[in-house]
Design a binder for this molecule. Structure first.
Ligand code: PLP
Length: 389
C-alpha cells in the first residue's frame, strides 16, 4: 500500500453526495424516490446566462484566462457588492474560482497547520471540518443552536477564541439549518474581534440572496474595522442555479490575495472561460429569475415547515434563509441518521441526518426544499405515515 501524507487519513467528505448516489441507485431500480437531500436549486440556469456561455464559445473564448478571472467579471463582482452592500472593493482583490468550495479550501490551507485552532460552525457545511482536519489544525466547533434561531452567538463564539486561533469560519444564511444571524449579533461579534487582531475570518455568504420575512443580509465585508482580515466566500451556484458550472468568487485582504492567486496558478490555472462569461451575464443581466426563485422557495419554506410541524414527534422552527429546514426529530425516538436512512430505503424520501453536519446535528435531519410543492407534499405525507406505523 502506498503511503500518503497523514492528512488523507483524516480528510472527510460530504454525505449529501453519497445520499444523492444512493437515491439515484434506488431510482434506477425503479423505486419512486423524492430527493430532499441535495442542496441545489431545482431550477434551470436562466436562459440568458446559458446563452452568454454559448456565445462565448462561438466567439472563440476557448483559451486560458488570467488566473484571477477575466477583468470584466472581477469588475462586475465589485459593482454587485457595491450595489447590494454599499462596499468599495477593488477588483484587484477579487479572485474568480471554480466553485464556492474552492475559497474554503484555499483559506483553510492558508491557516491550517498542527498547533493552529480553526473555529467553524457545528452543525455546519461538512467540508469546513474535513479540510481543517486535513491540514492538521484543531477543529473547534462553534455551536449553532436551535434556541438562537440557528444563528451563531457572538458571546459563545468569542469565548472560544484562544491565542492558538488562526481562522474563524462564519456562515449566514446557513447550511444546514437555514439560520440567519441577526445583525445585532454580528455587530457584537465584530466589536469583540477587535480584541483578537490576529484571527482571520472566512465569511461564507453563498446564500446571501436567499432570505425571507424581510431579512437583510449583513456582509462581513461591510465592517471597515475587520476588512483587512475578512475573506469573503461567494459564488453563483445557489443564487443563479449554477451548481454544475463550478463558479465562485472570493474577496481577499491585500496581504493574502497574491497567495491565493498563486494557489490558483498551481492548482487550476483559471476557471473555464465560457463559464466566466455566463457569470458576467448573471451579474449584469436581469435579476428577475433570482427574485422568482426566492419567492418560490419562500412558498415552499412555509409549506415544508407547516407539514413538518404536523408530524407527531417532529418540530421545526421557521428558517429565515437558504433553502433548508432542520426539524428537531428527538420526539420520534429515532436517531437522526437512522431516520434519514430508513426514510430513504422505506418510503423513498431522501434527507440528510443532522450528524453529517457535525456533532450537534444529532436530533435533527436536513430537508432541502429545492423540490416542487407537489413532491414536498408527497414526501412529507410519506414521512408522516412512516412515523405513524
Ligand atoms: N458553502 C456552503 C455553506 C454550501 O452549502 C455550499 C454548497 O452546498 C458551498 C459553500 C459550496 O458551493 P459550490 O457548489 O459553489 O462549491
Amino acid at each position: 500500500m502506498l503511503k500518503t501524507i497523514a492528512g488523507f487519513d483524516r480528510i472527510g467528505e460530504e454525505n449529501a453526495f453519497a445520499v444523492l448516489a444512493r437515491a439515484g441507485a434506488l431510482a434506477a431500480k425503479g423505486k419512486d424516490v423524492i430527493n430532499l437531500g441535495i442542496g441545489q436549486p431545482d431550477f434551470p440556469t436562466p436562459p440568458n446566462i446559458v446563452e452568454a456561455a454559448v456565445k462565448a464559445l462561438r466567439d472563440g473564448q476557448h483559451g486560458y484566462t488570467p488566473a484571477t478571472g477575466i477583468p470584466e467579471l472581477r469588475e462586475a463582482v465589485t459593482v454587485d457588492l457595491h450595489r447590494r452592500f454599499a462596499v468599495e472593493v477593488s477588483p484587484d482583490r477579487v479572485l474568480i474560482v471554480p466553485g464556492g468550495k474552492v475559497t474554503m479550501f484555499a483559506a483553510i490551507l492558508m491557516f491550517g497547520e498542527p498547533g493552529a485552532d480553526i473555529l467553524y460552525p457545528d452543525p455546519g457545511f461538512p467540508i469546513y471540518r474535513s479540510m481543517i482536519e486535513f491540514t492538521g489544525a484543531r477543529p473547534i466547533p462553534v455551536p449553532i443552536r436551535e434556541e438562537n434561531g440557528f444563528g451563531f452567538s457572538a458571546e459563545e463564539t468569542l469565548s472560544l477564541i484562544t491565542p492558538s486561533t488562526r481562522l474563524l469560519i462564519l456562515n449566514s444564511p446557513a447550511n444546514p439549518c437555514g439560520g440567519v444571524t441577526p445583525s445585532a449579533e454580528v455587530d457584537k461579534l465584530v466589536a469583540g474581534l477587535a480584541n483578537h487582531p490576529d484571527v482571520a475570518i472566512l465569511s461564507d455568504e453563498i446564500y446571501d440572496q436567499m432570505l425571507y420575512d424581510g431579512e437583510e443580509h449583513v456582509s462581513l465585508l461591510s465592517y471597515p474595522e475587520i476588512r483587512d482580515r475578512v475573506i469573503l466566500l461567494n459564488g453563483w451556484s445557489k443564487t443563479y442555479a449554477m451548481t454544475g458550472w463550478r463558479l465562485g468568487y472570493s474577496v481577499w485582504p491585500d496581504g493574502l490575495y497574491d497567495k491565493a492567486r498563486k494557489l490558483a496558478v498551481n492548482a487550476w490555472s483559471c476557471v473555464n472561460a465560457p463559464a466566466q462569461f455566463a457569470a458576467l451575464e448573471a451579474l449584469t443581466g436581469p435579476q428577475d429569475a433570482v427574485a422568482e426563485m426566492v419567492a418560490e422557495f419562500d412558498t415552499r419554506r412555509k409549506l415544508v415547515v407547516d407539514l413538518l410541524n404536523d408530524i407527531p414527534g417532529v418540530s421545526c422552527i421557521t428558517p429565515k434563509g437558504a433553502f433548508y429546514a432542520f426539524p428537531n426529530i428527538t420526539g420520534t425516538g429515532y436517531k437522526a441518521k437512522a431516520l434519514a436512512s430508513e426514510l430513504l430505503e422505506g418510503p423513498g424520501v431522501a434527507t440528510i441526518g443532522g450528524p453529517d453536519f457535525g456533532i450537534l446535528g444529532e436530533g435533527y435531519i436536513r430537508l432541502s426544499y429545492a423540490n416542487s410543492q407537489d413532491n414536498i407534499r408527497t414526501a412529507l405525507s410519506r414521512m408522516k405515515e412512516f412515523l405513524a406505523s
